[in-house]
Write a protein that binds this ligand. Structure first.
Ligand SMILES: Cc1cc2nc3c(=O)[nH]c(=O)nc-3n(C[C@H](O)[C@H](O)[C@H](O)COP(=O)(O)OP(=O)(O)OC[C@H]3O[C@@H](n4cnc5c(N)ncnc54)[C@H](O)[C@@H]3O)c2cc1C
Length: 294
């Protein structure tokens, strides 16, 4: 893999990065860990005349947790840091699960969680659980700052709502509600060091014995990570039962729009959406029961 020639700047502040990004024009790209970008450039799938590296910007690093506001993950934070952070493990176990599952140790120590979202692969391992947890992203340009729900972030394979002059600065995940639980489930044909053929994130809450705020998100089965909203509606306001979980999982499978590619056939993916959604619902429900009174 031979990289084409490009210029490189490594600003120390967000302001400098925004200036470089605006001045750089069409050929300018942001570089985080480079584990997607450099591979694409090497294969001639993405062209860039200037790379603006963001890992040297101190303010974009770090994970902060506030029980009333929730979790904030800076754009330069490594996936390895998310996977091992004590507050993420304690209060967001499904988010940690997805981060731990992503790639291998070497990649997790280079790649950022923000890069995983901005790369906008339909199979991005961290997207479904963050969608299920109702995450938002903060986006900054020289014109100002805006906050976007992850529901409105993905536009297609490799495409997001980000304008060319914008930088995603942090990922915001709300605090878990009382008696709520989340889960992340995946399947990869080659075991651990592979992008998922199908992945599923679920979040739900128990109000007495009634299920509320049910969110089911699917990865690698549509042009973007997607919510299975009809499946969610079947469970919302209902009481938990295994038969219901089965029915909801089948509906999620119906809603998925998978294709056949090197990792799996469309038919296998559809079947796995049902299996993994069922497992995710069971784990999320069990965690919600455990969190009762917490
Ligand atoms: C061997 C290997 C295994 C992998 N396994 C997995 C896997 O199991 N699961 C999985 O989901 N992925 C996997 N990946 C893909 C990749 O590692 C992840 O998507 C990673 O999180 C990308 O993050 P990064 O920091 O390297 O992003 P980069 O490659 O630096 O950037 C990716 C894209 O996002 C843009 N970008 C980055 N940060 C920002 C920002 N803050 N604001 C705006 N735009 C930004 C860049 O301009 C670029 O277009 C794998 C990659 C490799 C090479």
């Amino acid at each position: 893999m031979r990289l084409p020639k490009f210029d490189y700047v490594a600003p120390k502040t967000l302001d400098e990065a925004l200036k470089a990004l605006t001045a750089g024009g069409e050929g300018c790209r942001l570089l985080a860990g480079g584990t997607d970008l450099m591979v694409k450039m090497g294969h001639g799938l993405t062209a860039a005349s200037l790379l603006v590296a963001i890992k040297g910007i101190e303010g974009l690093h770090g994970i902060r947790f506030d029980p009333s506001k929730g979790l904030s993950i800076g754009a330069a934070t490594l996936i390895a840091e998310v996977a091992e952070h004590p507050d993420v493990l304690k209060y967001y176990p499904a988010v940690a699960q997805a981060a731990r599952k992503t790639a291998n140790t070497q990649i997790r120590n280079m790649a950022t969680l923000a890069g995983n979202l901005c790369n906008a692969a339909p199979s991005a391992d961290n997207a479904p659980v963050l969608l299920a947890r109702g995450a938002e992203v903060e986006v900054v340009s020289q014109k100002g700052t805006r906050q976007l729900s992850l529901d409105d972030f993905f536009n297609g394979p490799g495409q997001t709502e980000l304008a060319r002059d914008e930088i995603l600065t942090q990922i915001l995940v709300p605090p878990a509600a009382k008696a709520s639980g989340a889960s992340y489930q995946w399947i990869s044909p080659r075991g651990k060091v592979d992008i998922s053929a199908v992945c599923v994130g679920v979040n739900l809450r128990l109000d007495g014995d009634v299920l509320k705020d049910v969110r089911i998100a699917l990865g690698a089965v549509a042009p973007t990570p997607m919510r299975a909203t009809e499946a969610e509606a079947l469970m919302e306001g209902a009481k938990w039962s295994e038969a219901l979980a089965e029915q909801v999982s089948a509906k999620a499978s119906e809603e998925s729009r998978p294709i056949t590619d090197v990792r799996a056939s469309a038919e296998y993916r559809r079947r796995m959406v049902s299996v993994l959604t069922r497992r995710a619902l069971e784990e999320a429900h069990a965690r919600a029961v455990e969190n009762w009174g917490v």
